[in-house]
Design a protein around this ligand. Structure first.
Ligand code: PDD
Length: 283
């Protein structure tokens, strides 16, 4: 296994983390997870754009420009001979003696590695169970930062009751989930939280929004109350790993018929069509 560290690709065995890396001590960094299908990075430009935006918001200087980083990532995929899987990429503010403020002279540390498989697409969509929980996270979750404790605790709460995801509710309104965005469909309208500082603007979310037209759904970027969410005809979550995850119950209450909905299926097929349009074997 190889790791991209700043501008070089090295064997994992010669890689080490400095104890004073600010990512390790403060969670002072950002990350991205990108799917790879048949060696092709999916929605790479969008992920790259978001990575650089996160960096700008936190004033972390990435040592490479977008073109150089793209080349390095493609080289990593080639060296690892990765076909289907994902890449994980993170950038921390760097290594420095432990002070809370931005240390002088630290240079950011970028690392990336690839993983084969992971949450591979299922041929059949299976419905998932979710719970709701208070959104206790900070107010800049639009930045894809390494600070994920609120997310970790929420997901753990879900897992402990046999659910697959936890939906965050802030002041009575649904924001997103512990590691995904959430959509509700009612009477031909698809609702989701607007992309502001209370949600991460998911790349999968953006893809799904583009696909809504194809399945004749209207988009309404308005926060849903929890009560409205319970009453939706269909609910689904989106993220890079899962793409579209149809929700069949929330807090034990059935959503719609309690089965995977028609729109979720159609959107999933459109998503697959989009993937097919970028992979070599379908050209
Ligand atoms: N997380 N919201 C949160 C809080 C997330 O952590 C994620 C993804 C998303 C969806 O973003 P995208 O569609 O770009 O994957 C929304 C990744 C997958 C993770 O942390 O593993």
């Amino acid at each position: 296994m190889y790791i991209l560290v700043n501008e070089g690709i090295i064997p994992k065995s010669s890689f080490s983390i400095d104890i004073e890396d600010r990512g390790y001590q403060f969670g002072d960094g950002i990350y991205e997870m990108v799917k790879v299908f048949e060696g092709v990075l999916f929605e790479w430009e969008a992920h790259l754009e978001r990575l650089f935006r996160s960096a700008r918001e936190l004033r972390i200087a990435i040592s490479m420009n977008k073109e150089e980083l793209t080349k390095q990532i493609q080289q990593l995929i080639a060296i690892e001979n990765l076909r289907d899987g994902y890449i994980y990429l993170q950038v921390t503010r760097g290594v420095a003696a432990r002070v809370h403020h931005f240390p002088e002279g630290a240079t950011s540390v970028l690392v990336a590695y690839v993983k084969e498989g992971g949450e591979v697409r299922k041929a059949e969509l299976t419905g998932i169970h979710v719970i709701t929980t208070e959104d206790i996270r900070w107010q800049r979750v639009d930045i894809k930062s390494l600070n994920l404790l609120g997310n970790v605790l929420a997901k753990q709460k879900a897992v402990e009751v046999g659910a697959q995801e936890a939906v965050f509710v802030r002041d009575g309104f649904v924001t997103e989930c512990s590691s995904s965005n959430i959509f509700g469909i009612k009477d031909g309208v698809c609702y989701t939280h607007p992309a502001n500082h209370f949600i991460l603007n998911g790349i999968t979310r953006q893809v799904v929004i583009r696909l809504l037209e194809k399945v004749s759904l209207e988009l309404e970027e308005t926060p849903m109350t929890l009560e409205a969410l319970y009453e939706m005809d269909e609910v689904f979550i989106t993220n890079t790993g899962q793409e579209i995850g149809p929700v069949i119950d929330i807090d034990g209450r059935k959503i719609g018929t309690g089965e995977v909905g028609e729109y979720s299926r159609k959107l999933s097929s459109e998503f697959q069509r989009l993937i097919d349009s970028v992979v070599p074997s379908k050209q």
